[in-house]
Design a protein around this ligand. Structure first.
Ligand code: HEC
Length: 135
């Protein structure tokens, strides 16, 4: 007896659900342009974060590591102690300081102002904050 009531309830709820669904698809169908796959594959508007990732891999990863962890590395026969970009001082240093260090170099850190544009350096700083510091 109670199971019959339960079944009736499911029927009612089911009706409501399907009614909602049909009216929902009717309206949303119009708002989805079919042209979106074409723009998604286009490379005209590159993702700055993807570019920065590539720049980091090319220019920085040998010293700073793939996760910005740093550590002792051997570059061109020299042993270099690279600080982590994930914790320690790197968390407290400002974006301006990062930009300056990347542009002009510091101690064993090479200068990149002739290799990378100011925009690329800014993107790298944003990439470090987001990817390695979760900011
Ligand atoms: C030859 C190895 C080497 C390469 C290549 C290198 N770095 Fe560095 N980096 C260092 C060292 C060593 C330091 C610490 C400098 C110091 O002691 O003042 C440093 C410091 C830094 C700092 C400052 C960290 C802080 O705590 O303030 C940032 C930011 C940084 N590097 C980013 C980069 C980026 C971005 C690239 C690539 C464009 C790069 N580095 C390439 C070795 C390197």
């Amino acid at each position: 007896m109670t199971s019959a009531k339960f079944a009736a309830l499911i029927l009612v709820v089911g009706c409501f659900a399907t009614a909602c669904n049909t009216s929902g698809t009717l309206t949303t169908n119009h708002t989805q342009p079919s042209a979106s796959p074409a723009t998604a594959t286009a490379t005209a508007t590159p993702d700055p974060s993807a570019e920065a990732r590539l720049d980091f891999r090319k220019n920085c990863e040998d010293c700073h590591g793939d996760r910005g962890q740093g550590g002792p590395v051997e570059i061109e026969g020299r042993k270099v102690k690279v600080p982590s970009l994930r914790d320690g001082h790197a968390l407290n240093h400002t974006d301006e300081k990062f930009v300056k260090q990347i542009s002009e170099g510091d101690d064993e850190m090479p200068a990149f102002k002739d290799k990378l544009s100011a925009e690329e350096i800014n993107d790298l700083v944003r990439f470090i904050r987001k990817e390695f510091q979760g900011k």
